[in-house]
Design a protein around this ligand. Structure first.
Ligand SMILES: Nc1ncnc2c1ncn2[C@@H]1O[C@H](COP(=O)(O)OP(=O)(O)O)[C@@H](O)[C@H]1O
Ligand SMILES: [Mg+2]
Length: 377
């Protein structure tokens, strides 16, 4: 009996904390205290515990930010310039386009989405889902695209902080501005994208403003630890080496997105060019050859390449292979693309491809083709 009373006492104390957190609008704290209360009363009052948990799941569930009206919460602006410091992007109705990644990255994305889909189960085991992710990798590997995809899959609005208009000229204002955007994302249960996150760290080179940068980094450190489960923070960086080590440690997950492998390059080409690959080109696996020539390029470069190829096909009436070779030549520093193509084709296909066919495909003379393939050992 006494033990039961003590428990009630503690729970009552939690309620005071809950009210205090609610008054200052600290979502994360409200969530954490609610979970503690649910845990402490699960045995004595299972229905109430379940109701609390259901409310948390509902608040974090897919669509909470997109469906609810947040018309009364204005997009934060800079006090001096009155410029909006964030863009709000609605989720795509069908969950958006999954970028092409390798299996490891795909599995990781699935794990993150699964945590959210099974939030109820996680909370019942007193486990909270990942609330902040850092995506690193070279430019054009699909980091920004992935953040859009995750927000769409969770059916939540994406809040994209515009660092250019948030970094204020006024001393002491940048930290304040950034906090306004962070609060907006939390209050609306949106996904916050801090794109090219290192822009903040990079400012550190600017010796005049060290104190201010320190303040900004401190704001971010605090926020990363206490990000609410009804939201998610995704940061991206092309220059992770510029990030503060302390910040680095606070992320739940750090995922490196690599350049596409040959296999992924072929997938990208297929996705973008398949309607132009005729049956006889399919037989000689033309995409594989083009993919070889594009080795080392980013996914974004490949998409740009296929767009230019499509333009050539449409406007100049070029064949896919000619358009690709012309485009590769204008785009590559390697001037011997056609020769390289002949060599690759011969190596991959042997007798199945003739000098005449190669000459047709590349526009080189037969003697030119011979010259190149004579280099094959
Ligand atoms: N992995 C990918 N799969 C498919 N398309 C991609 C991929 N990565 C980049 N792209 C294309 O390139 C564009 C720019 O990529 P982005 O996401 O901005 O790269 P990052 O943020 O890593 O610099 C995308 O909008 C998309 O069209
Ligand atoms: Mg980007």
């Amino acid at each position: 009996m006494n033990k039961e009373l003590n428990k009630t006492d503690t729970t009552l104390k939690y309620i005071i904390d809950l009210v205090a957190a609610g008054i200052i609008g600290d979502t994360r704290k409200v969530e954490m205290i609610s979970l503690t209360i649910a845990r402490s009363i699960r045995k004595s009052n299972p229905e109430v515990a379940t109701s609390i948990q259901d409310l948390l799941v509902l608040n974090s569930s897919a669509g909470s930010s997109a469906v609810r009206s947040y018309g009364n919460i204005p997009i934060p602006t800079d006090n001096e310039t009155h410029l909006e410091m964030a863009r709000i992007i609605k989720p795509y109705p069908e969950g958006g386009v999954l970028p092409i990644f390798n299996e490891k990255v795909n599995d990781w994305i699935n794990d993150i989405l699964e945590e959210r889909e099974n939030l109820n189960t996680l909370l019942a085991f007193d486990i909270t889902p990942s609330t902040n992710l850092l995506l690193i990798g070279l430019p054009g590997t699909g980091k920004t695209m992935l953040a859009h995809y995750i927000a769409s899959r969770l059916n939540k609005n994406l809040v994209v902080m515009d660092l250019a208009s948030s970094i204020s000229n006024l001393m002491g204002k940048t930290g304040h501005n950034i906090k306004k955007v962070l609060n907006y994302a939390k209050e609306t249960g949106s996904i916050l994208l801090l794109d090219e996150f290192d822009a903040i760290a990079k400012k550190r080179d600017d010796q005049t403003d060290l104190g201010e940068i320190k303040r900004v980094v401190n704001v971010l450190l605090m926020e990363l630890e206490n990000w609410p489960i009804s939201s998610m923070l995704i940061a991206t960086s092309n220059h992770p080496e510029l990030l503060d080590k302390a910040i680095w440690r606070r992320f739940d997950h750090i995922m490196e997105i690599p350049l596409p492998s040959s296999e992924e390059i072929i997938k990208l080409l297929e996705q973008n060019l398949i309607q132009f690959v005729s049956e006889d080109l399919k037989n000689i696996s033309i995409l594989k050859l083009i993919a070889e020539l594009l080795n080392g390029k980013s996914a974004s470069d490949i998409c740009k390449f296929t767009n230019s190829v499509k333009r050539r096909i449409a406007l100049k009436n070029e064949e896919l292979i000619i358009a690709s070779l012309n485009e590769l030549e204008s785009y590559s520093t390697d001037k011997k693309i056609r020769g390289k193509f002949c060599i690759l084709a011969k190596e991959m296909l042997g007798k199945k491809i003739t000098v005449r066919k190669l000459s047709e495909m590349t526009g080189l003379s037969s003697a030119g083709v011979q010259h190149h393939i004579s280099k094959i050992k």
